[in-house]
Design a protein around this ligand. Sequence first.
Ligand SMILES: [Zn+2]
Length: 240
Amino acid sequence: MKDLIKKGQGKKILLMLLIIFLIYYVQFHRAQIMSVFHIKKSLAGKVVVIDPGHGGIDSGAFHKDGTLEKNINLLISLKLKRALELEGARVIMTRTKDESLDARNNKSSSRHRRDLIERAEIINNSGANIFLSIHVNSEKGAPNVRGPMVFYYRESYESRRLAEILQKHLEKAYISSGQRVPFRIPYPNSSLFLLCNTRIPGVIIEVGFITNSQDRQLLKTSDFQELISGEIKNALIEYF
Ligand SMILES: [Zn+2]
């Protein structure tokens, strides 16, 4: 009888020790456990402005088959927004539908300039960590020129670092789709309005060329838009 009680107590003590051990283990290995179970999202606490280029009256680049840059910009941007939010980022969009932003201010007589001023102001008032302006490139008379290109403000080291990581990941999206695109280094710039008039790190991403038939066909598919936004998300995880 005595032995039975002793055995029972022994089990209880063992169980308590096990619980104490587990509590300490979880305390000291919290970060690893959370990352294994993806509890802490990789972009938690980060704020990103996504600027889908053009919109409304301004279609941006276009092709005679009816492809409009503004639509591709918006579709990729909306997919990117979802991808970043799933990783815990807060996303601010300059537009979420087919509209231009020129009617929101009267700071210039040029419609195009008013549109860009508005985008720069959204970025500058956002309190965001970075901004990404999404565009499709065009090179008339050079239908073979293709692939992604990233532009950054020449004087901004952080923008350059962001641009380099993005360029690498965008090329990865093309390569994983079986495409041959040239490897590029991002382009420093000191004349594009958005790059010169914003106060946080950011880049202009040209996701491909509307004037190249392979790029154009790819960029119109939902799958490739998803792939591009997924690689931009991966680039941001690497950047932060
Ligand atoms: Zn554009």
